[in-house]
Ligand binder design. Structure first.
Ligand code: SF4
Length: 423
């Protein structure tokens, strides 16, 4: 740990400890790291033991009711924890903090800091204003990245999908300056990251002056030490032909892309305000696949206006699109969104459609793995005998390789969702 490694033992003994609980997406994990750096600059070390913690940071998600509920019930359980020792602090941050706002502080008066998702950039000021965490005494600990370095490049969303709470809690798009992003990539690559994952709510909407998202991907790939560049979560609208032609010849850009379709019915897509039709979506998928990219997706069943015919179109989209994986969800209303005003389907219909869709997507991944047999894949090793290909397929070898190295290997067979290389 940077802040503590050269500190005298007496300083180490009086360091405070923070327990961090993160819910939700990869962006939230990256936000938690950023918030921890500010706490560490005020003398906090990280701990996985709640009992020895002096502070708890809960970074929350509100995309689904369930995630929000889990975070709030964890907060409720901390009432007793806080009473056990004077001076303990609790921070409730992120999307659920933004949505629930001051009502939460009223219900849980022992909560010290409420820091909504829109306020992540001002987290250091929030700590200072509270007067509860002491002054900043160091630059703060920046954890060394693992093999994958996650870099947030934008926050917020300019869409208004009728089922989604994110624009309410995260606000409109704010892109970080490209120089700051590239600096962060250089730092992570110098610290050992081989793969860089760029993060944003609609990550491929990134624009900084004349610099497009494709430009940023290409510049990221040129940084010494970077062997692969990926990103999440993109929006289908920004997968344009210009984007494809700008990245397709760059072998460092991962051949796996996520294309969250959500529905196969143009009518439902319009009612969701997704900004594309089934036909346009399929055109984009086919163009990306023809250029060698593998596509995974997200699908929602039981949107309020989804008829049986609409649902059948989602099933047929799975047949036509050739996804490698599909993450399937039951529609769940989020208070404050337009779709939450609409009449819901019964739980029986939701469950039945989800089951039908899961039956349809079952086997997609295994078929995609099987299709790799006989090809040659560049493997980035995450353990001495296992790594991922650029298309995000797991590959096992018989020989061992240094973790973080890459090797181009012929694929001999597929066993379930594992490719076996001949090496
Ligand atoms: S694009 Fe739509 S689903 Fe994605 S975060 Fe924005 S509003 Fe939500």
């Amino acid at each position: 740990m940077r802040a503590a490694s050269h500190a005298p033992p007496s300083f180490l003994m009086c360091m405070k400890k923070v327990f961090i609980q993160t819910y939700g997406c990869q962006m939230n994990l990256a936000d938690s790291e950023e918030m921890f750096a500010h706490l560490s600059a005020r003398g906090y070390q990280r701990t996985d033991d709640l009992d020895e913690a002096d502070a708890v940071l809960i970074n929350t998600c509100t995309v689904r009711d369930h995630a929000e509920h889990k975070a709030v019930s964890f907060l409720g359980r901390l009432a007793a924890w806080k009473k056990e020792r004077a001076g303990r602090r609790i921070i409730f941050a992120g999307c659920a903090a933004q949505r629930l706002g001051k009502a939460l502080q009223k219900k849980y008066p022992f909560l010290d800091i409420l820091s909504g998702a829109k306020g992540i950039e001002h987290f250091s000021d929030t700590l200072d204003k509270s007067g509860l965490f002491g002054p900043q005494t160091s630059q703060g600990e920046i954890l060394p990245p693992g093999l994958t370095g996650y870099v947030t490049i934008m926050r917020g969303c300019n869409f208004a999908c009728t089922y989604c709470i994110v624009p309410n809690v995260r606000g409109p798009v704010k892109c970080l300056p490209q120089e700051d992003i590239l600096q962060e990539v250089r730092r992570k690559a110098a610290a050992g990251a081989k793969e860089i994952m760029l993060l944003g709510q609609t990550v491929n909407a990134y624009q900084d002056g004349a610099t497009t998202f494709a430009d940023l991907l290409n510049k990221t790939s040129e940084i010494p030490g970077v062997v692969r560049v990926g990103f999440t979560s993109p929006h289908p609208v920004y997968f344009t032909l210009q984007f494809l032609s700008a990245i397709k010849d760059n072998p460092k850009i991962a051949r796996h892309l996520h294309m969250p379709a959500q529905s196969g019915s143009t009518k439902v897509l319009r009612e969701m305000k997704r900004g594309y039709t089934r036909e346009i979506l399929l055109e984009k998928i086919k163009a990306l696949q023809a250029a060698g990219f593998f596509i995974s997706t997200d699908l929602i069943v039981g949107f309020p206006t989804e008829t049986q015919e609409d649902f059948a179109q989602t099933l047929s989209l799975v047949d036509e699109a050739g996804f490698t994986t599909a993450y399937c969800y039951k529609y769940s209303p989020r208070q404050g969104t337009p779709a939450a005003q609409m009449k819901l389907h019964s739980q029986e219909i939701l469950a039945q459609r989800l089951e039908n869709l899961l039956n349809k997507v079952k086997g997609l991944a295994e078929a995609a793995y099987q299709a790799q047999v006989g090809t040659t894949q560049e493997v980035l090793f995450e353990t001495p005998d296992k790594g991922r290909s650029s298309g995000s397929f797991w590959v096992k070898t018989t020989r061992t390789y240094p973790v973080g190295s890459t090797a181009k290997l012929p694929i001999e067979k597929a066993v379930g969702t594992l490719l076996i290389a001949r090496d």
